[in-house]
Design a protein around this ligand. Structure first.
Ligand SMILES: C[S@@+](CC[C@H](N)C(=O)[O-])C[C@H]1O[C@@H](n2cnc3c(N)ncnc32)[C@H](O)[C@@H]1O
Ligand code: SF4
Ligand code: SF4
Length: 331
């Protein structure tokens, strides 16, 4: 009898073990789709006629003081920043139409912007009910004054710090920053690169990002950025990657021939009705998801060495020139 019970239990364990294994393999995709379904349910028009949704990204700087190989928004290949007046105008105009639960100010590195404090305070004063957060690599935080930190606490502005490097100096200054955050009561969250970075784009042998021409459904399914709605001037974009890709292509920072199809993306604007904007935000799978990798892999955060970056930038210029002179067809 015992023998039969033992065999039964072993078989049951095998079956549940197999089932567990299968569900682990599929869990991330399923979880991502569920996340999007939940996200969609959180997009609605409130009693003031404003569109409510979980997160809006506002990019204030294009360049960065780090050159992360894995950078999701191509910042190592870009430079410059958005003038304060333009960002504040974006905030002012969209405040009439949207009421996001969280406003994220980011870049590139947002703390490189000479007016990041004024911009953050403008966002806070505009969306009084929202969480306002600055997403930074933390490199410049040791340089900010105590007064600035106190002001951020007074205005209830939070920080997200992404750890992209693991050098002794950086870790020491980060510990010091966290000590100051705690001293002044600054709200913050740390994102550990080693745990959450994934490859988003493929690179050619010269290290230049190229379009993988993926299956959009596959890319979208496991994508981590599909709920990162982005605003810029009078435009609103489905996700930050589409926004940054379009900007980078327009600036000539990405090889045109590979990514030019992004130019066909139809974002929405302030001139569109709430119904059109809601439909766009709830849209499941933009065709442009083909520009993202369909198989994400966890990666180790790495910096692109300066020499290599110079070489890559030259390659990009050459590719852009070839594209311009050959007049290749847009994808
Ligand atoms: C492009 S960064 C800009 C802000 C700032 N420079 C930073 O790194 O935090 C915006 C967000 O994207 C995240 N990110 C960048 N590359 C990523 C990747 N390959 N996978 C996942 N998240 C990534 C960063 O951690 C950060 O939270
Ligand atoms: S610190 Fe942020 S913006 Fe800068 S290169 Fe790294 S991921 Fe990109
Ligand atoms: S384009 Fe698609 S796959 Fe890429 S980040 Fe946006 S939603 Fe995700």
């Amino acid at each position: 009898m015992n023998k039969y019970i033992r065999t039964f239990c072993r078989n049951l364990l095998n079956i549940t073990g197999m089932w567990k294994l299968a569900s682990t393999i599929r869990r991330s995709n399923v979880a991502n789709v569920i996340r999007h379904v939940i996200h969609k349910r959180h997009i609605y028009v409130n009693t003031e006629g404003k569109i409510v949704f979980p997160l809006v990204n506002i990019f204030i700087v294009k360049g960065c003081n780090l050159k992360c190989e894995h950078c999701v928004s191509f910042n190592p290949f870009r430079h410059g920043m958005i003038p304060k007046e333009e960002v504040i105008n974006t905030i002012r105009q969209w405040s009439e139409r949207i009421s996001p639960q969280t406003i994220a100010l980011l870049g590139g590195e947002p703390l490189l912007h000479p007016d990041y404090q004024a911009i953050a305070i403008a966002a806070r004063n505009t969306w009084k009910q929202s969480v306002v957060t600055i997403i930074t690599n933390g490199l410049l935080l040791p340089k900010v004054q105590d007064d600035f930190l106190k002001r951020m606490v007074d205005h209830d502005i939070e920080f997200v710090v992404s750890r992209h490097i693991n050098t002794e100096n950086y870790n020491r200054s980060l510990s010091e920053t966290i000590r100051r955050f705690q001293k002044f009561g600054v709200k913050y969250e740390m994102i550990e690169s080693q745990k959450s970075w994934v490859t988003c784009h493929s690179l050619n042998t010269d290290g230049v990002p190229i379009s993988p021409n993926s299956n959009p459904t596959k890319s979208w399914t496991h994508c981590l950025s599909k709920t990162c709605t982005t605003i810029n001037n009078n435009q609103l974009y489905y996700c930050s990657v589409i926004f940054n890709m379009l900007q980078a292509v327009n600036e000539g920072s990405l090889p045109l021939v590979e990514f030019s199809g992004i130019a066909k993306h139809r974002f929405v604007t302030l001139d569109d009705s709430n119904k059109t904007i809601l439909k766009y935000l709830r849209n499941s799978i933009p065709r442009e998801c083909r520009f993202c990798l369909e198989n994400f892999e966890n990666i180790e955060a790495k910096q692109i060495p300066t020499e290599e970056l110079k070489h890559i930038k030259l390659m990009i210029t050459k590719m852009n020139n070839e594209f311009n002179t050959s007049g290749s067809n847009l994808i």
